[in-house]
Ligand binder design. Structure first.
Ligand code: HEC
Ligand code: HEC
Length: 445
C-alpha cells in the first residue's frame, strides 16, 4: 500500500494544478465580487461628495444621483446598492471605496444595464476630481483621464502605471520615461466581441489570448508585484467569463424583409472586413492600414515604441504557460482593427474614438455632426432606434470659454485633437435605401 502513496500524491497535485482550467462561472464571481485594487477613497468621500455639486441638500435617492452625475449605471448583480464600477471594501478596518473594471466596461442601453457593454456615459475626470476633493486631497489627477465624456485615456493609464514599475513589476522611482501621449479619446469596446478576435485593442496591438494584458490596471502603487502575480489565476477565469458573454438582442421591431435585402448588401460591401454572421460565422480579423481607413490617427500614433519595447520585456509579455502557448507580445500594427459587429445596436457611439453618434452617420460620412452633445442618459427615450445610436443635438457657435470643464466635456467637438470624425467612407457610395437596408440587417446581429 505504502508504495502507492507518492503516486497518489502526485496525481492529487496534478489534479490540483489542472483545477486552474479556466472557468467562466468562477470568473464571473471574481469579477463581480472583488476589487483587485486597493481602495482609492474613503466611504465618507462617497457619502459627502454631493457637497461638490453646488446643491444645499443631499439628494434623496443618493446612489442614483451619484450614478447620474458621473455616468454610471445600476448594477445587475449584488453590489450593495452602489452603481457598477464602484465598490465598498474594507481597508485597515475602515469602510472604503474602490473602482473596478465595470466603471468602464459596465454600460446600459434602452434602460437596461449590461456587464461587458462599454460605458459611453462616464465622466471619469469629474468622478476622480470630485471624490479626491471630498477626501480633502488635491483634486487634480496625475494626467488627464478624459477629454470628452464617454471616452477615456485607458491606454495612457497603462503607460503611466508601467513607467513606475521594473520589468518584474516592482515599484520604481523615478518613473521611466515611456513617452506618454495625449488625446487618445478611447471608446470602450464590448467584451462579447473578444471571443472572435485573434488580436485586441483598437489597433489590434495585443494578442487576444493574453490574460496578463488584462491585468495592467492592477499596477496601483499599493499593489505589490506579488499581488499582481497571484491574481493571474483569477484573471484566467475572468477571461473565460469574458469569452462566454453574449451580445444583447435588439429590443425593438425589425423589418425582416428589409433586413434580408440588407444582408445581401452587407455581404457585398462590408463582409470582407467585418465578417459574416449566423451559425457559420466568419471573422477575418483584419487590421486596415491607417491610410485606407482614414479615421483619426491620434490613437494609432498614441502608444509609443518605448512603451511597446518595455512592455515586451516585462512580466506582462512573459506569459509562458504549458506546452500550447507562446509569449504574448505587444506589436506595432498598420492601422485599426475592423471589429465584429455583434450587438452593434447597443455599442453607440461608433469608431474607436466614439466620434460618430449613430450607425447611419457611420454609413453617410457627409451627414456626420461636427459639434454635438447628448443626454448621456441611456433610457429608451435617449436612443435613436431608426438611425441606431444616441439621439444628439448639433451645436453651432458654442462659447466654450463660458463653460465649466465638466460642461465642456459634454460637447463632442470633432475639430479637436483625437476627436476627428473623418474616414471609414465605405457607406458613402450607397443609396439612402441601401443604407436603411444595411441598418435593418445590423439590428439582427
Ligand atoms: C478607465 C477605463 C477602463 C478600465 C477601468 C478598464 N478598461 Fe478595459 N478597456 C478600456 C478601453 C478604453 C479599451 C480600449 C483600449 C484601446 O484599444 O484603445 C479597453 C480594452 C479592453 C479589452 C480589449 C477589448 C477588445 O476587444 O479589444 C479587454 C479584454 C479589457 N479592456 C478588459 C478589462 C478588464 C478585465 C479590466 C479590469 C481589470 C479593464 N478592462 C478595466 C477601458 C477600461
Ligand atoms: C476596408 C475594410 C472595411 C470595410 C469595407 C468596411 N469597414 Fe467598417 N470598419 C472598418 C474598420 C477598420 C473600422 C474601425 C475604424 C475605427 O474605429 O477607427 C470599422 C468600423 C465600423 C463601424 C463602427 C464599429 C464600432 O463599434 O465603433 C461600423 C458600424 C462599420 N464599420 C460598419 C461597416 C459597414 C456597414 C460596412 C459596409 C458598408 C463597412 N463597415 C465596411 C473597416 C471596414
Amino acid at each position: 500500500m505504502a508504495r502507492w502513496k507518492p503516486a497518489l500524491l502526485f496525481v492529487l497535485l496534478a489534479a490540483n494544478s489542472l483545477g486552474a482550467e479556466p472557468n467562466a462561472k468562477l470568473g464571473e464571481k471574481a469579477l463581480l465580487s472583488r476589487a483587485f485594487n486597493p481602495p482609492i477613497w474613503t466611504k465618507k468621500a462617497y457619502d459627502e461628495v454631493w457637497k461638490q455639486w453646488g446643491i444645499d441638500q443631499k439628494p434623496e435617492n443618493y446612489h442614483a444621483a451619484f450614478a447620474a452625475r458621473y455616468g454610471l449605471h445600476p448594477a445587475p448583480y449584488d453590489n450593495g446598492g452602489y452603481p457598477m464600477g464602484i465598490r465598498e471594501t474594507t481597508f485597515l478596518f475602515k469602510s472604503t471605496i474602490a473602482t473596478d473594471c465595470l466603471m468602464c466596461h459596465g454600460g446600459s442601453i434602452a434602460g437596461k444595464s449590461y456587464v461587458g457593454l462599454g460605458n459611453a456615459s462616464l465622466d471619469i475626470q469629474t468622478l476622480y476630481e470630485e471624490m479626491n476633493a471630498a477626501d480633502g486631497r488635491k483634486a487634480q489627477t496625475p494626467f488627464v483621464f478624459s477629454y470628452v465624456r464617454g471616452t477615456n485615456e485607458a491606454g495612457n493609464m497603462s503607460v503611466f502605471l508601467l513607467s513606475y514599475r521594473t520589468p518584474d513589476l516592482v515599484f520604481q522611482r523615478p518613473p521611466r520615461d515611456l513617452r506618454m501621449r495625449e488625446f487618445l479619446c478611447e471608446d470602450v469596446p464590448a467584451w462579447w466581441l473578444l471571443k472572435k478576435k485573434k488580436t485586441m485593442y483598437h489597433t489590434g496591438g495585443a494578442d487576444a489570448r493574453s490574460v496578463r494584458s488584462l491585468m495592467q490596471f492592477m499596477m496601483h502603487p499599493l499593489n505589490r508585484a506579488e499581488d499582481i502575480y497571484k491574481a493571474e489565476k483569477d484573471f484566467r477565469h475572468i477571461q473565460a467569463y469574458l469569452l462566454d458573454l453574449q451580445p444583447p438582442e435588439y429590443p425593438f421591431a425589425i423589418d425582416k424583409k428589409l433586413a434580408r435585402d440588407g444582408e445581401r448588401l452587407f455581404v457585398k460591401h462590408c463582409a470582407k472586413c467585418h465578417g459574416t454572421y449566423g451559425d457559420q460565422w466568419t471573422y477575418p480579423n483584419r487590421i486596415v492600414p491607417i491610410e485606407v481607413i482614414g479615421t483619426d490617427r491620434t490613437r494609432f500614433d498614441g502608444i509609443s515604441k518605448e512603451f511597446g519595447r518595455y512592455y515586451n520585456r516585462s512580466w506582462f509579455a512573459r506569459e509562458k504557460k504549458g506546452w500550447y502557448a507562446d509569449d504574448y507580445l505587444a506589436s506595432e500594427t498598420v492601422g485599426y482593427q475592423a471589429p465584429p459587429l455583434d450587438g452593434l445596436w447597443a455599442t453607440a457611439p461608433y469608431l474607436h474614438n466614439g466620434s460618430v453618434p449613430t450607425v447611419y452617420h457611420v454609413l453617410n460620412s457627409k451627414a456626420r455632426p461636427v459639434v454635438y452633445t447628448r443626454s448621456f442618459r441611456t433610457g429608451v427615450e435617449d436612443y435613436d432606434a431608426e438611425k441606431l445610436g444616441w439621439k444628439f443635438v448639433e451645436l453651432k457657435n458654442v462659447d466654450d470659454q463660458k463653460l465649466s470643464p465638466m460642461e465642456r466635456r459634454r460637447i463632442y467637438d470633432t475639430r479637436l485633437p483625437g476627436r476627428g470624425n473623418g474616414g471609414h467612407r465605405f457607406g458613402d457610395r450607397l443609396s439612402e435605401q441601401e443604407r436603411w437596408a444595411i441598418i435593418e440587417y445590423l439590428k439582427t446581429l
